[in-house]
Design a protein around this ligand. Sequence first.
Ligand SMILES: *Cc1c(COP(=O)(O)O)cnc(C)c1O
Length: 390
Amino acid sequence: MEFIPYSRQNLSEDDVAAVVSVLRSEYLTQGPVVPAFEAAFADLHQVPHAVAVANATAGLHIACLALGVGPGKRVWTSPNSFLASANCALHCGAFVDFVDIDPQTRNMSVERLAAKLELARKAGTLPHTVIPVDFSGLPCDLQPIRELADSYGFRILEDASHATGASYHGKPVGSQYADASVFSFHAVKIVTTAEGGLITTRDPELAHKLRLLRSHGMTRTPGDMERASEGEWYYEQIALGYNYRITEVQAALGLSQLGRLSSMHEQRKRLAERYDRLLGLLPLILPCRQPDRDSAWHLYAVEIDDQRTSATRDAVFAAMRAARIGVNVHYIPIHTQPYYERLGFKTDDFPASVRYFRRALSIPLFPQLSHPDQDRVVEVLGNSLQVQAR
Ligand SMILES: *Cc1c(COP(=O)(O)O)cnc(C)c1O
């Protein structure tokens, strides 16, 4: 029986040719393809500025810095996310805290955010920046979060790592409400550059800062310099930055992949709808639908409904792995990690995230997943839940 992974990159011959053509060209770094990739991404996401970086972790880091996160500041994010959503704040010397999830969307709960902000206002501990995460590709409810940001005065950095191509209130993710949105092009994500990331923003000054920070804080543009240029060789460092650049090779892969974004999204969507139909009678809680947003379907994550089955998540996980089906668990709540426990967080600080995690299972979803393979996933899942699949 062939192994079915939970996610798999989707590469075409055109993708391969695009990469090979860069390898045969003059530039491997800082040539014409990175700006072409940024322009294509910005265009597809209807946003004026896109800054490509080495990976989304680097993107979150410099986006925090560019927004002004620093020592003594507070950053709040969702516990149901990958480690990088919280680590970025610690890298800036800020304090991290979390806002528990809405069990239905599995994204940061807007009600809990509002309640926590009110307490923080009284205590004088308001956050500088909030990082909502579009878990599984389902966009966060950013409109009410924007209203809260305007009244409490915090910045919104959206972790859209799962959400390339998703939309909210009829517009692409990354184009409205957030101050900046960060996307990931890791191999398991919607669009891949092997490793890579990108930040979108509507704010030209923020985009300018991000470009500086991704490349040592250095400029060769006379208009940006503090002193007069001394010649064509002249460059200046005007901020403290990093080498967080993406390469031409990676950008070529990304640019080629973007050409298939809408067809790959359509395939994911159809497979997700097929899962909805095939899994409807099992003791599972399926991913929720929201009429005002369209998920990118990075993950198809189910919850084992322990009210309706005695099978545990761990038993189902083991049975599926034994049947060579690459299920996974997203995510171990960040605040329960040993490192975060040492910062003082307790497991039951964010109970909805913990309850979700204990029952969560991500099952295979990627554009080229075949119907027979999908049927096999459904059958094994049904059997391991000790009920008939269909
Ligand atoms: C993948 C991911 C990241 C990190 O992305 P990289 O490109 O691997 O650095 C950050 N946040 C979330 C939610 C992710 O899924």
